[in-house]
Design a protein around this ligand. Sequence first.
Ligand code: NAP
Ligand code: GDD
Length: 337
Amino acid sequence: MKTAFITGITGQDGSYLAEHLLTQGYRVVGMMRRTATPSTERIEGILDQVEIAHGDLLDQSSLMRLLEEYQPDEIYNLAAQSFVHASFHEPIHTAEVTAVGVSRLLEAMRLVVPGARYYQASSSEMFGKVSETPQKESTPFHPRSPYGVSKVYAHWATVNYRESYDLFCCSGILFNHESPRRGIEFVTRKITAGVAAIVFGKQEGIPLGNLDARRDWGFAGDYVEAMHLMLQQDEPKDFVVATGETHSVRDFCRIAFSRVGLDYEDFVSVDPKFYRPAEVDLLLGDPSLARENLGWTPRTSFEELVHLMVDSDLAHHKDLGLQVQKGSLPESLLTTT
Ligand code: NAP
Ligand code: GDD
């Protein structure tokens, strides 16, 4: 039985990856940092099947101790301060966790378990002000936020440990991926949670920032499979993971509101406080290498993703016994209970 060590197991991707690795027969160890209120909501369903280990990317000794104790075959580094907007307000903290934290973990791996395989959660935010479209593995980086800058550092640190010490280190350059477990501050979930709150009379409208930003949005459940596949190859390599389609925030709003028979223009307003000092206007990935080398392709379309998220937020409100105040529930939700 192989042991996988996942940092960030309480996050969106960590929860899906842990579930996927359990189905593949892994012993799964998830690292969690100490917080006043435990953030295990996303892994409630598998808490009895995974081992939780307490540690922090800010603390070198905890990383060394955990790798020594669990001797993982595979290390998935998903932990980060991952919210781009917050990185402008907390640039030093973001750099400490998202950039230097990666050096801490790589150094722990080099010293304690050099035979393990390492996955780094790199990001399409590294392309930032893009110099070509679509973006592929060779596209130059031009990050536009402290988060993006930190991910570029982390990415090159991963490449450097591969080249310097011959360690099996890979980066997945993942484009935006979402799910019903997406954090509420990210735009997709803010919209779908907002739609549900409007339908059930809990909210009047949704204030957003730049509606014209375009992203290549996929489903997180599909993307964690690519992470695992990268560590099963003969040679370590970096891969873009994306759908190959781009849509605007406005498109997302239109589909989300039309799912409940409403027009987004009646509910969405623009508030400059959600604009960023520097924006990433357009992301569109070319996943050809992942398709050819890993046999990976996304299975969930953009429209299916939006519906999946809206339906989940609606179901949550419906389960609370609330009554529909505006719009209508999709057919599937009318028949489930
Ligand atoms: P997420 O939901 O924000 O999860 C981040 C995880 O990191 C949480 O479990 C969080 O723990 C943990 N964490 C934060 N600071 C830590 C620290 N100092 N020590 C240990 N753990 C810490 O992010 P996600 O969407 O799952 O993304 C996973 C990774 O992929 C991140 O590195 C992100 O930057 C990267 N990425 C994401 C996307 C995307 O579209 N989702 C795309 C490309 C790359 P708490 O629960 O305690 O906060
Ligand atoms: N969060 C947010 N809130 N974003 C908004 C809003 C709003 O009210 N209004 C418009 N946007 C725009 C942002 O300006 C951005 O252009 C786009 O919506 C997406 O924002 P987020 O959902 O916050 O995601 P992100 O693209 O900045 O970052 C996510 O994807 C990266 C991969 O490209 C995060 O998951 C990162 O961790 C990840 O690396």
